[in-house]
Every structure is written in structure tokens, then in C-alpha cells.
Write a protein that binds this ligand. Structure first.
Ligand code: ZN
Length: 93
């Protein structure tokens, strides 16, 4: 992983710009997968995914994580926990 950064050497404007998009993609990755990004941003990020294997792999793993989370039914807290929450709220008042 680290060797990648050393190998690059001198200042490379294109790499810097690509890295900025990498950061942007990672910041809005879940929105992109949920389809909550602006059309313009989606186009930009998808174009980046086509040429950046790092982000492509990252997005794929994020997507499978989100799918996994969605497939797990939401757990309702057991009555005991609910009772404790109620107790704590009453006490703090
Ligand atoms: Zn990238």
C-alpha cells in the first residue's frame, strides 16, 4: 500500500486531482449507492469508478456491506432495555 505513494515520485497534478475525487467518492459513497446524489455528482463519480480500481473495489465492498445490513431485520430492543431507558429518563428529569 505505502509503496504506491513512494513510487509516484514528484508532483503529479493529475494524481492530486484524482485523489481529491477519491476523497469525494468516499465521503458520498453511501449516498451514491442509495441513489441520493445529484445527477451531476453521480456522473462524475461513476466516471471516476471506471478509471480508479481502488475506488471501484471500495465501492463494491461498501455496496455489499450495505446490502448485508439491509438484509438483516432491524432488532427491536428487548423489554428489559426499554424499561431501563424509561427508568433512566425518569431519573434524569
Ligand atoms: Zn479513486
Amino acid at each position: 500500500m505505502v509503496s504506491r505513494f513512494f513510487k509516484r515520485g514528484g508532483k503529479d497534478d493529475h494524481s492530486d486531482r484524482a485523489r481529491a475525487i477519491c476523497d469525494e467518492l468516499r465521503a458520498s459513497g453511501s449516498d451514491l449507492i442509495d441513489g441520493e446524489c445529484d445527477e451531476e455528482l453521480v456522473r462524475k463519480l461513476e466516471a471516476h469508478l471506471a478509471e480508479c480500481t481502488d475506488c471501484d473495489g471500495w465501492t463494491e465492498s461498501l455496496r455489499s456491506t450495505i446490502e448485508l445490513l439491509k438484509s438483516v431485520p432491524k432488532q427491536t430492543p428487548p423489554d428489559e432495555i426499554m424499561a431501563r431507558i424509561r427508568e433512566a429518563t425518569t431519573q434524569s428529569k
